[in-house]
Design a protein around this ligand. Structure first.
Ligand code: FE2
Length: 439
């Protein structure tokens, strides 16, 4: 392919800037005049071939120079827990939940999924991904239900993962929504999902029909992770039952195998209901194993506490206390209009805003580092090495409509642009009044 201009004909790989031809593979691009989250020394950086090659101030002139107008930038938002095969099924026939409980959601999904096909899943999932990416997310971990003899959802999302990999990174969990054992051949389906290319082993021990069977599913999860060299992400203790303590077994087993850093405990709601003596002992063990925790604040607050009269529990894990002990915790969206949760749109600022309220983490000091919960902490959980605005890493970042961290959180600002490998995925203008406010 060639690119034609009025004056010259350029070979493929060249673009024209200020009437000069540039080879896009060797041209240098400088992003300048910015405030970089967690970096007090640099205000600009140079990108070559999609990678950051220099950072600092007063850097040399480049082929292309992009003024970020003093805005705050940071690495892209990370959504480490989302159900892409479920998105937009919440208003389907039979999808509208009455009780607001996790268990009614699972029951409704059992019937809804029977009518889905690969094309339908891909279309819905792609629309969900568009919503997430338009809010600044570039990294998604998605749990895909494999308790389906046709593995329809998994086939669809495996294709999307490949088709979209240059624009958004997707990790897949082979997830038995209806149980590894409560569903006939659930264990075999999880293993098949791993063979087909899923990145993580999933499980749902609190949904198995007896505690012993839930424990068996945890043992099998860890065995599969070791056998296939995969990460682990378990829906664990997603209940207010103070006796739901599968987290204890998962943590012990991954610590024994030395794979705590490759393991994520999603939800762990019951840990927020456990007594302090138990919690204190477990926090010490979590520190040793280096296990990660994922909390979706809006979904946990919506689904939990449903059996309570008053006081009603918030339904979240002990996020604040875990973080204070240096344990990695991140926030997630979980649902976009599905049988579990009617709302959700991939706006991580909304998730963060809810999360810091529900966990009592809105002191000035906590607010200053709270973006970690939807950026670095999620990337750590997903074990993404090429993440962060650092020399040698891919130039992936988002531009927020504010220059200051505290003001960005207080105003819940929008993402103005998302950049992947030095190229804009999207860029939008700052909102302006058609008719100025006269106050
Ligand atoms: Fe989930």
């Amino acid at each position: 392919m060639t690119i034609h201009t009025k004056q010259i004909t350029l070979p493929a790989g060249y673009i024209v800037i200020n009437n000069k031809p540039f080879d896009i593979n060797i041209m240098k691009k400088k992003f300048f005049n910015t405030n970089i989250y967690r970096n007090n020394s640099a205000t600009e950086f140079i990108v070559e071939n999609g990678k950051i090659t220099e950072m600092g101030t007063n850097l040399p002139e480049c082929d292309e120079e992009i003024d970020l107008k003093g805005k705050l930038i940071m690495p892209p938002y990370v959504d480490p827990h989302l159900h892409l095969d479920y998105v937009y099924t919440g208003r389907n026939d039979g999808g509208m939940v009455n009780s607001g409980t996790l268990f009614e959601g699972i029951e409704r999904w059992h019937y809804i999924k029977k009518s889905q096909n690969k094309k339908d899943v891909k279309e819905r999932a792609l629309a969900g991904i568009r919503e997430e990416v338009s809010h600044g997310i570039q990294f998604i971990r998605t749990h895909i239900d494999v308790t389906d003899p046709e593995l329809t959802g998994l086939k669809a999302i495996l294709e999307l993962r490949e088709e979209l990999k240059d624009k958004v990174t997707i990790q897949i969990v082979s997830f038995p929504q209806e149980g590894m054992y409560a569903y006939k051949n659930g264990f075999e389906m999880v293993e098949e999902g791993l063979k087909m290319g899923a990145d993580c082993v999933g499980a749902i021990p609190h949904f198995e029909w007896a505690r012993e069977i839930g424990e068996k599913s945890i043992h099998k999860t860890v065995e599969l992770a070791v056998k296939y060299n995969k990460m682990i992400d378990v829906h664990i203790d997603e209940t207010d039952d103070v006796m739901a303590r599968f987290i204890e077994l998962l943590n012990a087993l991954v610590m024994t195998e030395g794979i705590g850093e490759k393991t994520a405990a999603s939800h762990a709601c019951s840990f927020g209901s456990a007594d302090n003596a138990y919690a204190n002992r477990m926090i010490g063990l979590f520190k040793k194993s280096k296990i990660n925790f994922i909390t979706p604040p809006t979904e946990n607050a919506y689904l939990q506490g449903r059996m309570d009269n008053y006081p009603k529990r918030r339904g979240l894990n002990r996020v604040k206390e875990l973080l204070e002990e240096g344990i990695n915790v991140c926030f997630a969206q979980d649902s976009i209009n599905d049988p579990w949760y009617p709302l959700g749109n991939g706006n991580m600022m909304n998730i963060l805003d809810n999360g810091i309220h529900l966990t009592h983490m809105a002191s000035y000091q906590e607010i200053e580092k709270s973006f970690d919960l939807i950026t670095f902490n999620g990337a750590k959980t997903m074990m993404i090495e090429d993440y962060g605005l650092t020399i040698g890493r891919s130039a992936n970042f988002i531009v927020l409509n504010e220059s200051d961290v505290f003001e960005a959180i207080r105003k819940r600002v929008e993402v103005l642009a998302s950049v992947r490998n030095g190229e804009y995925l999207f860029k939008r203008k700052e909102p302006i009044y058609d008719l100025p406010l006269n106050l």
